[in-house]
Design a protein around this ligand. Sequence first.
Ligand SMILES: [Zn+2]
Length: 245
Amino acid sequence: MIYIFPKLFSMIKWRHLSICLEHCPLCMSRRIIVRLDENELAVRCLWCRSSAVTMSLAAVLSAAAGDLESKEVYELSSRGPLFKHLKQRAGKLTFSEYFDQVGPGEFHNGVQCQDVQNLTYSDKSFDICTSTEVFEHVPDDLKGFSEIFRVLRPGGLFIFTVPLSGSVETVERARLKPNGRIEHLLPPEYHIDPARDHKGTLVFRNYGADIVQRLKNQGFSEAKLVNPEINIPWGLARRVVVCTK
Ligand SMILES: [Zn+2]
């Protein structure tokens, strides 16, 4: 059944509203895609709700990893179109969320809490790790990258998206001090996804192209920014970070 999700109405900018029929890499079929605004998060498949960012990740994941049936995948979220896509297709899916008041490894409403800076999983647990729009919100992203590296098997893939500024260098906007307080180095920036019940989440940094070197410094043998090979409607594809252990 095709229907418009009520929360998406809040995203509509009527002068940008547009509709097309295009291949959705999550549905693996041609679908009606709507553009509600001129940014990639406001491009949505009407069937599975994926945004142009999620479509970009799913397309790159499919090209890089092939069939997921024989793979153990770890995804850093417990809901949304990518989660459902992986749940259907991965051989085994492990997933988590970060909850403020819950200890790492403990469960909250059936979902395991994990802090990506300090994962409770054993070394070499997964074939593939995925995330969308997470690491710009992680205080110590380098520790997070090294933890993903640790829990991947040799040859494993870390495939994820973050907003990329277009600059060469990553700009740190905030840092977490040893006393637990946040020090703002630039005016605070928050990300809000109107399609989800989110309060704004602080952006710790704006990533530049040097993100690939940040990943290699944590041990990855290869790290690159990859454009989806399929057409993402209205040219709103997001480059996806693909790293190999
Ligand atoms: Zn779809």
